[in-house]
Design a protein around this ligand. Structure first.
Ligand code: PGA
Length: 247
């Protein structure tokens, strides 16, 4: 079976002008007609979702959020509930990104609550897991992934698990310019599918136009989650083009 490649951009807390981004992106790929090749997804900040929704109108680009509240709508200051995200026509939400885990103390327990809220809002969760440099050096990569997966995906039914996408993002590879090797990324993806019973795994961590094809060519890697290289439409367009050229 030919895999449907997902090329996802995480704009993080960067303000990106959606219209200029689109113009640049389209230099590399026709946004109306790439559909048969896979999915291109952009996850802007909450406050720019509306601009992206307007700019993308009629195109095949998918939109997602970078986070979701762990709670239903209500008294949760500063949170954005799944219900509030619905009008933006988004389809995905990134959950448990390592920056949130490391800088904001987000736990697997919270991640699991957020996954439940994503499903309640009809969104596909992209759940991030990954080891630190130290854990890798100590030979603890699989153990770390196994624990994160077990605790983050606890209580999900088989039909829900079949809609979870896991992003394998080794922490030492994020924003460092130092990506995992294709062998390590492939091994981790295969392990995650086996351990968690999820059908799709993305690789993330210093993915660029120059190395994306190498990851996409791995049988267990179904796509990429991209930070820095998604900030301009020019670079991301080149990256998506290269990803979809793997045949
Ligand atoms: P990077 O970030 O591509 O800049 O390494 C990846 C991510 O944080 O998802």
């Amino acid at each position: 079976m030919v895999k449907e490649v997902l090329v996802a951009g995480n704009l993080k807390a960067n303000s990106v002008d959606a219209r200029s981004w689109f113009i640049e992106f389209e230099k590399h790929m026709d946004i109306q007609s790439f559909g048969s090749k896979g999915i291109v997804l952009v996850c802007p900040s909450f406050v720019e979702l509306h601009d992206w929704q307007e700019a993308k109108s009629g195109s095949l680009l998918a939109l997602g959020a970078q986070d979701i509240s762990a709670f239903p709508p209500g008294e949760h200051t500063g949170d954005v509930s799944g219900e509030m995200l619905k009008p933006f026509e988004i389809s995905y939400v990134i959950i448990g990104h390592s920056e949130r885990r490391a800088l904001l103390g987000e736990t697997d327990q919270l991640v699991s609550q957020k996954i439940a809220q994503a499903f309640a809002a009809g969104l596909t969760p992209i759940v991030c897991v990954g080891e630190t440099a130290e854990q890798r050096e100590e030979g603890q990569t699989q153990k770390t992934l196994e624990e994160q997966l077990k605790n983050s995906l606890q209580g999900l039914r088989a039909d829900q698990l079949s809609h979870v996408i896991v992003a394998y993002e080794p922490r030492w590879a994020i924003g460092t310019g130092k990506s995992a090797t294709k062998e390590d990324a492939q091994d981790a993806a295969a392990f995650i599918k086996e351990a968690a019973g999820v059908p799709k795994v993305l690789y993330g961590g210093s993915v660029k136009p120059e190395n994306v094809a190498m990851f996409i060519a791995q049988p267990h890697i179904d796509g990429v989650l991209v930070g820095g290289a998604s900030k301009t439409g020019d670079v991301f367009g080149q990256l998506a083009h290269n990803a979809f050229s793997v045949g």
